[in-house]
Design a protein around this ligand. Structure first.
Ligand code: DC
Length: 231
C-alpha cells in the first residue's frame, strides 16, 4: 500500500467536448480507474423516471442518489453500467435521460448526496475523473486539472453522428438548441457551475483528435512529476 492520496486527473468540460472518449483512453493508457460522474447524474435521473419521482422533489431525488445501487465495467471494456443489476448504459445515453440528468444535477442535495461516492473512486494507482465539477468541487486537490472544450457547432455535430450511428434520427438544429440550453443550465446554476478553475489546462478539441488530446495530458502529467507506468 502506497502512502498518501492516489493521483487524480480531473477532466471537466461541456457535453460533446470529447471528455468521455479522452478520459477513457487516458485511464486505459495509464492503467488507472475511471469515474464517469455524468453517468451518476443520469442514473439518478433514470431512477427518478422509472419510479415516477417528480424531478422537482429534491428530497426524494436526494434519497435516490444516496441509495443508488450501481456497478460500472472497467474503462477498457465495453461500456456497461448496472442499476439494480439491470444493464442500462444505452438507456442512460438517450436525450431523455440527458435532459432529466441536467435538471437533477442542478439540485444541491443531489450533488451533496453523490459527493462521497465520487471521491471513493480515487484508488491506487490513480483516477481519471470526468465531469463538470471534478476540479472545482469533487477533487479540488487533483494532481492535474484539464478543461476540455470544443465549439458548440462541432459538439452538436459529434452528438448528431453518435445518435445517427445508433439509428436515432434527430435534426441538427434541434440538437444544437438542446445543447445550448443544457450548456446554459450547467454554466449558470447556483451550485458547481461549469467553469474552468484558474489552474486548469484549457484545451480545445474542435480540430484535435482524442489521441492527441491524451498525448498532451500525458505530457502535462509527466511535467508535474507523476510517474507513469504505462499499462
Ligand atoms: O456528461 P453527461 O452528459 O453524461 O452529464 C449529464 C448531466 O449531468 C449534464 O447535464 C451535466 C451534469 N453533470 C454535472 O452537473 N456534474 C458532473 N460532474 C457531471 C455531469
Amino acid at each position: 500500500m502506497k502512502a498518501g492520496q492516489p493521483p487524480v486527473v480531473a477532466v471537466d468540460g461541456p457535453s460533446g467536448s470529447g471528455k468521455g472518449t479522452v478520459s477513457r483512453q487516458l485511464a486505459v493508457s495509464l492503467g488507472w480507474h475511471y469515474l464517469d460522474s455524468g453517468a451518476l447524474y443520469r442514473l439518478v435521473a433514470l431512477s427518478a423516471l422509472r419510479n415516477r419521482v417528480d424531478l422537482a422533489d429534491a428530497d426524494r431525488l436526494a434519497a435516490l442518489a444516496a441509495n443508488l445501487n450501481v456497478r460500472f465495467a472497467p474503462a477498457g471494456e465495453l461500456e456497461r453500467i448496472y442499476l439494480d443489476d439491470t444493464e442500462v448504459a444505452a438507456e442512460l445515453r438517450t436525450e431523455q435521460a440527458g435532459e432529466a440528468a441536467s435538471r437533477v444535477a442542478a439540485v444541491p442535495v443531489v450533488r451533496a448526496a453523490l459527493l462521497q461516492r465520487q471521491r471513493d473512486f480515487a484508488r491506487w494507482p490513480g483516477l481519471v475523473a470526468d465531469g463538470r465539477d471534478m476540479a472545482s468541487v469533487v477533487f479540488p486537490a487533483a494532481t492535474l486539472k484539464v478543461f476540455l472544450t470544443a465549439s458548440a457547432e462541432e459538439r452538436a455535430m459529434r452528438r448528431h453522428k453518435q445518435l445517427k450511428e445508433k439509428g436515432i434520427d434527430v435534426s441538427l438544429p434541434d440538437l444544437s438548441w438542446d445543447i445550448a440550453q443544457r450548456d446554459a443550465r450547467d454554466a449558470n446554476r447556483a451550485v458547481a457551475p461549469l467553469r474552468p478553475t484558474p489552474e486548469a489546462h484549457v484545451i480545445d478539441s474542435t480540430s484535435l483528435p482524442p489521441k492527441e488530446v491524451v498525448a498532451r495530458i500525458l505530457e502535462w502529467l509527466a511535467a508535474v512529476g507523476v510517474e507513469i507506468e504505462r499499462a
